[in-house]
Design a protein around this ligand. Structure first.
Ligand code: CA
Length: 499
């Protein structure tokens, strides 16, 4: 590569340089890949069979396990600690705080919408000639300029763009508590829109719809890929499905299928939904040149939704780690992810750090799209990892924000905390203090806490005093981020607690 760099005298030479790499040769000979991205919701690192859950937890996941065996399974896939932050980071290739979305969006609050100035992955891929569709949950704000059909998607169908899967609960809860009585047609509505059109309401989003919604999304996805196949156009299909977001109400067909109540039923249903989509991809004849990603947006939702499970916890497992949606512990930000591309990605697992932001530059490279050069991009191009030309990966740091605060950072296997997000460290399960979105944070006593995730995955032993040399590289990552703010300041941060 060094020799190559010296010869990079112009675009032509750069082209011949890249062509010298085996992966680039393979890329040049192939039509551009389709991209099918299935994003699970609140699925923990320990929930799938291939990650040590599945059958072991009373809810087998054979179809997703099979997908993992056919592709690259990431064991350090890193996200942001909540639906909105992770999805903002995914769509923009940037930390969510750069778009003001570093808290889970709450309708009727000031948590905000994706700014019109942000460039989404869908816009990048559409500009590169891709057909784009999103069926499911957006959760990046309800402002018209932030809606999917105005941010790069040719087609959108799903729950309202500013809310999450539990939004239907407001009507029965309002009636139960005799506080509000909202008629169904004034509550959340299933919506759809084609590119640049105003949203059209389809039907009320009710409990019955919630149980079946993923099958609707998949059927629309199948229709979309079938049409693109006929047109011969590459596509980006983004399917942010509901499983396993609370309340995990399964369809009637999956009720009671698992041994752990509705969470397991929902997990098994999610597995079948993924299987249905993969079968369709094969039937249409597109599975060879389609990159399929299955990933989760954040760790399990934990203690705050335990009681929704009808006698069993309605929550997933962070595997060996501690943490849940909303806090910044490893279990909140490390989730499951796998990437399949037959003939290009050699089936294996990789311990390389890979952020959800890395998909933006990686897909741009594979699809011939442009990464914006007028703003900081926090994602890194991981094409070489995917194609097997390097197993080292290109990431060894990750920052984690909550609201306006930089709360923690990863550097290699170490995690540093700049605030104490679970005072008393009573931990996940059996806790006296709520964790996750119900948690609290206390200021530090002047020094960050440092944990070694590999030797101490539950983050119980602060080794900051013994490993103080770790603080240097951690702070270097922080300084680099801070330096980027001088030219590109963040918009006002999402905020629900400071007035
Ligand atoms: Ca989520």
């Amino acid at each position: 590569m060094l020799q190559c760099s010296r010869r990079m005298l112009g675009a032509l030479m750069l082209g011949s340089c890249l062509a010298a790499l085996p992966g680039a040769v393979a890329l040049a000979q192939q039509p551009r890949p389709n991209i099918l991205f299935i994003l699970a919701d609140n699925l923990g690192y320990g929930d799938l069979g291939v990650y040590g859950g599945g059958e072991l937890r009373g809810a087998p996941t054979p179809r997703i396990d099979e997908l993992a065996a056919q592709g690259l399974r990431l064991t350090q896939f890193l996200v942001e600690p909540g639906c909105t932050p992770s999805r903002a980071a995914f769509m923009t290739g940037r930390y969510s705080i750069r778009s003001g979305l570093s808290l889970v969006a709450v309708e009727g609050s000031t948590t905000g919408s994706l700014p019109a100035t942000e460039i989404t992955m869908a816009e990048m891929l559409r500009d590169a000639g891709y057909a784009t569709a999103m069926f499911g949950k957006w959760h990046l704000g309800s402002a018209p300029s932030a809606q999917p059909q105005n941010k790069g998607f040719d087609e959108y169908y799903g729950i309202p763009p500013g809310v999450s899967w539990d939004a239907f609960l407001a009507i029965p809860q309002g009636r139960q508590t005799k506080t509000t009585d909202i008629p169904l047609d004034k509550g959340p509505q299933i919506v759809e829109a084609k590119r640049s059109e105003p949203l059209k309401e389809v039907k009320p989003y009710t409990e019955e719809v919630r149980r079946e919604i993923d099958w609707e999304l998949v059927e629309r996805g199948i229709d979309f890929i079938t049409r693109q196949k006929a047109l011969g156009k590459p596509f980006f299909l983004y399917l942010p499905i509901s499983r396993t977001h609370f309340p995990n109400l399964p369809s009637k067909r999956f009720e009671g299928q698992s041994r752990i109540g509705q969470f397991g039923d929902s997990l098994m249903e999610g597995d079948a939904i993924v299987g249905r989509m993969l079968d369709a991809l094969k039937d249409v004849g597109l599975d060879d040149n389609t990159i399929v990603v299955f990933a989760s947006d954040n760790g399990p939702q934990g203690s705050v939704v335990r009681e929704f499970g009808g006698g069993m916890p309605d929550m997933g497992s962070p595997g060996p780690h501690r943490g849940e949606l909303g806090d910044v512990s490893e279990g909140s930000i490390r989730t499951a992810a796998m990437i399949r591309w037959p003939g290009h990605i050699r089936p294996r697992s990789s311990y390389t750090m890979f952020s959800i932001m890395d998909f933006f530059p990686t897909f741009a490279r594979l699809a011939g799209g442009k990464v914006p050069n007028d703003r900081p991009i926090d994602g890194v191009d991981q094409t070489d990892l995917l194609l097997g030309t390097s197993d080292g990966g290109r990431r060894d740091t990750l920052l984690t924000f909550v609201g306006p605060d930089l709360v923690a950072a990863r550097w290699k296997q170490f995690r540093a905390y700049f605030a104490d997000v679970a005072p008393g460290r009573s931990g996940w399960g059996g806790a006296n203090l709520l964790a996750g979105t119900g948690g609290s944070a206390a200021p530090m006593n002047g020094y960050p806490k440092i944990f070694n995730i590999e030797s101490d995955p539950r983050e119980e032993y602060n080794i900051g005093a013994k490993y103080e040399w770790v603080i240097g590289p951690v702070l270097k990552a922080v300084e680099e981020y801070k330096a980027s703010l001088a030219k590109h300041p963040n918009p006002p941060a999402a905020n629900l607690t400071r007035f």
